[in-house]
Write a new protein. Structure first.
Length: 375
């Protein structure tokens, strides 16, 4: 059996090597390292894939979120509602801009922001909602957009973990995540479903005016060189990273299909134990792209299982071990532990297993037997 890895970027690179090298050579030959033809080509190709009017590439996923909020014109003190159970970047950018983060609980079955918790958190100061499509599964965007419309709120989708996933509306229409809210943001960190070989990110919107503002913000607020029309930052996707993304984008749906197939296999073998809760996988659906395959261990043995996997050289991730409302940087007297029952339960139970396009059945059989025998 080949070595088990949490992510196998070397294995994924092998069949893409010739294409990536060709793109790299074009950049090296022209020395167009910043905002070169490869970046513009990737932008257009991603717009076509997502069926969105505007893709604005940037330097990383955290910048993408920050720039999205800057472009929307949120003011200091405005309240922004987001999930307590997610990576810190989501709340980090809210705080950096002088906005007021409002953390709310999630649904323990989907791991995503709880719609009823959003409703309870809305005040006259609330200006935006940031749903996070955690682990690659869509948040309930239909309900979130209804709430936003009712209260005149902006919606910023944190799509860092769900590129390529579809949201299915109640009328059966499908729409790519990241294109539903007023603006969407994603990360191209190497381990993402669509990842480059360094840092990278992008912002999506169908709003022409907002897109214009965002294009200025990513480039020091300039539309004409040395004319600074808006307050901006330096956040550009470099051409070499665009090369990698261009090579991978045509395979994104195939990558996501493989992840779903591996998720089915994991669940089939893990559902034999009542102390293991596997993620829901809608049959024949394209909504979950399994950036992470995350299970819950409900008998208090999660940490012991993690140690057991380590002893057998099986990598894992605990995403996330501490809720944001308990983090020193984001603690606030407004938060009460009783307001976060699902999050406080999940941080003690979740464990993510190896999930990538180069997995095989032998590895999954080995991992699942280790888990079921132990639990």
């Amino acid at each position: 059996m080949k070595r088990i890895q949490m992510v196998d970027l070397q294995g994924q690179y092998a069949p893409l090597k010739a294409q990536i090298q060709q793109f790299f050579n074009e950049v090296l030959d022209t020395a167009a390292f910043i905002n070169g033809p490869q970046v513009h080509a990737f932008q257009k190709e991603l717009e076509n894939y997502l069926q969105v009017k505007h893709v604005i590439p940037c330097a990383n996923g955290t910048d993408a979120l920050q720039i999205a909020m800057m472009g929307l014109g949120l003011k200091k003190g405005d309240e922004v509602i987001t999930a307590d159970f997610t990576f810190a970047a989501t709340v980090e950018v809210i705080a950096l801009l002088g906005l007021t983060p409002v953390l709310v609980d999630v649904d323990k079955d989907t791991f995503n922001i709880n719609v009823e918790a959003i409703k309870k958190a809305i005040t006259p100061k609330t200006k935006a909602i940031v749903p996070v499509h955690l682990y690659g599964r869509p948040a309930n965007m239909e309900e979130i957009m209804k709430i936003a419309k009712e209260h005149n709120l902006l919606v910023i989708e944190d799509n860092a973990q769900a590129i390529g996933a579809d949201f299915t509306w109640s009328n059966g229409k499908k729409q790519k995540l990241g294109t539903i809210g007023h603006v969407g943001a994603t990360s191209f960190f190497p381990s993402k479903n669509l990842g480059c070989y360094g840092d990278g990110g992008a912002i999506f919107t169908n709003d022409d005016q907002l897109a214009h503002i965002l294009r200025g913000v990513v480039n020091h607020g300039m539309y004409i060189r040395y004319h600074h029309d808006v307050v901006g930052v330096n956040s550009r996707l470099d051409s070499l990273q665009a090369c990698v993304l261009r090579a991978k984008l045509p395979y994104l749906d195939t990558y996501n299909q493989k992840r779903r197939a591996f998720a089915h296999l994991y669940s089939e073998k893990l559902q034999v134990n009542s102390h293991i809760i596997t993620p829901e996988i809608p049959q024949g659906d394209t909504s979950h792209v399994f950036h992470q395959y995350t299970i819950r261990i409900t008998n208090g043995k999660r940490d012991a299982l993690a140690e057991h996997l380590s002893k057998h050289s099986v990598p894992f991730g605990i995403y996330y071990p501490i809720p944001l409302h308990q983090q020193k940087a984001y603690s606030d007297s407004r938060y009460k532990e009783q307001d976060f029952p699902a999050t406080n339960e999940l941080v003690k139970e979740v464990i993510s297993l190896p999930m990538h396009t180069e997995l095989d059945e032998e590895q999954i059989n080995f991992i699942t037997k280790l888990i079921t025998d132990f639990v």
